[in-house]
Design a protein around this ligand. Structure first.
Ligand SMILES: Cc1ncc(COP(=O)(O)O)c(C=O)c1O
Length: 420
């Protein structure tokens, strides 16, 4: 890794970091280098992570927590070491509060099924927002449908922020649970989580934070935020797919029934019944993603070497540059807040008269990879009366040239569609 100073007043040189990511060696059919602007969906892997995965499978692989032999002890130590690394990375008071799951979706489902079914009753209120990813929406709808609880959604302002007056009015009804994201994948909005959590706690609610888009891109300290649960995915933070985590406050996790049952999550089983293991293992039934945990630890180490404050500052710099450049394009509509304090490195936009899918197809012809669609946030599209948007999202390997290529691709799209 070469963390070099960029030629422009950026924090570090994203182009130099691209050398760490083998995917950028891949020739693109457009005959140009790949500009990857779809990190909000999933991130490419640096060589350090790919090597860690290969090393895990090659030299440290055995099942964990059960072998009385050196190799299994080694695998267990590394697997549990990854849990420790993740706990440190997100400011968890204890690694025992970090449950490995497959992804953020599973983490939220774990809370909805385990905490939700044990605590939410008919007539209770569950509060989510109009800007959630389906992963932080559908599990709560299911919970409400099964328990007879009511679900409400905090409304959005025209510029893509949570309407805090609406939030306050709904909190006054005393919801049991508040489910919010820290960063919206569809709008790029950064939510004032600390402030919302304080208000939600005063109203007596438990707060579930969808941190899938924040943990990879900014310093996140779950203890400082004050939330009760937080969900994340490894694949969005340079780590392998197939591993993610739920962080939860210890006393809540302790009191919760298991989500899935079977091997590993028990201490004693007889034909008459079973006793559960302690947290976090109570929630980790079956063989976990062993090598992937080791790969995730390598991703964390990679990000820590850059420094999460630098990652955030770098993305903020690219955001500001791209937001201003896009704002100068005739016929473009950008979604989400103007302020870089409230906007992560995710820009959702629509171009007058051109379907977002056509935009993305023309971009691909220029080697610029962006996402087009509803971004698993259909209520956001409904709120702004759009069928879809095109979304460009930044990460450590992007730089100002990528912003220029993005703007160039928009100009090509306008030319092809005969825009004046
Ligand atoms: C805000 C947000 N929450 C949750 C998820 C779900 O993540 P996963 O598909 O890894 O479970 C995503 C994925 O895009 C997301 O952007």
């Amino acid at each position: 890794m070469a963390i070099e100073q960029a030629a422009t007043p950026d924090v570090f040189d994203g182009a130099a970091l691209r050398a760490d990511f083998p995917v950028f060696d891949r020739p693109h059919r457009a005959g140009r280098s790949l500009v990857y602007l779809d990190s909000a969906a999933s991130a490419p892997k640096p060589r350090a992570v790919i090597d860690a995965l290969a090393d895990a499978y090659g030299h440290h692989y055995a099942n964990v927590h059960r072998g009385i032999y050196e190799l299994s002890e080694d695998a267990t130590q590394r697997f549990e070491g990854a849990r420790k690394a993740l706990a440190r990375f997100i400011g968890a008071p204890s690694e025992r509060e970090v449950v490995f799951v497959r992804n953020a979706t599973e983490a939220i489902n774990l809370v909805a099924y385990s905490w939700g079914r044990a605590n939410v009753r008919a007539g209770d209120l569950v509060l989510s927002t109009e800007m959630e990813h389906h992963a932080n929406l559908v599990p709560w709808q299911q919970l409400a449908a099964e328990t007879g609880a009511t679900i409400e959604y905090v409304r959005l302002t025209d510029d893509g922020r949570l309407d805090l007056d609406d939030l306050r009015a709904r909190l006054a009804k005393g919801p049991k649970l508040v489910a919010i994201n820290q960063v919206s994948n569809a709008l790029g909005t950064i939510n004032p989580v600390e402030q919302i959590t304080r208000a939600a706690h005063e109203a007596g609610a438990v707060v579930v934070l969808d941190a899938a888009q924040s943990v990879p891109h900014m310093p996140v300290d779950v203890a400082a935020l004050g939330v009760d649960f937080a969900a994340l995915s490894g694949h969005k933070m340079l780590g392998p797919s197939g591993i993610g985590a739920l962080w939860g406050r210890r006393e809540l996790l302790d009191a919760m029934p298991p989500f899935m049952t079977g091997g590993s999550m028990i201490t004693r089983v007889t034909l008459a019944g079973s006793e559960w293991n302690e947290v976090p293992w109570k929630f980790e039934a079956g063989t976990p993603a062993i090598a992937e945990a080791m790969g995730l630890a390598a991703a964390i180490e990679y990000l820590e070497r850059i420094g999460m404050t630098n990652v955030r500052a770098h993305e903020r710099f690219l955001f500001e540059r791209a937001w201003d450049a896009l704002g100068a394009v005739p016929g473009i509509r950008r979604l989400g807040p103007d302020s870089p304090d409230q906007h992560a490195g995710v820009i959702s936009f629509v171009l007058d008269g051109v379907h977002p899918h056509d935009v993305a197809t023309i971009f691909d012809g220029e080697g610029v990879a962006v996402r087009a669609g509803h971004h698993c946030a259909q209520p956001v599209m409904q709120r702004y009366d759009l069928p879809a948007t095109t979304r460009a999202s930044f990460y450590v390997y992007n730089d100002v040239d990528d912003v220029d290529r993005l703007v160039g691709a928009i100009e090509s799209t306008r030319r092809i569609f005969g825009a004046r």
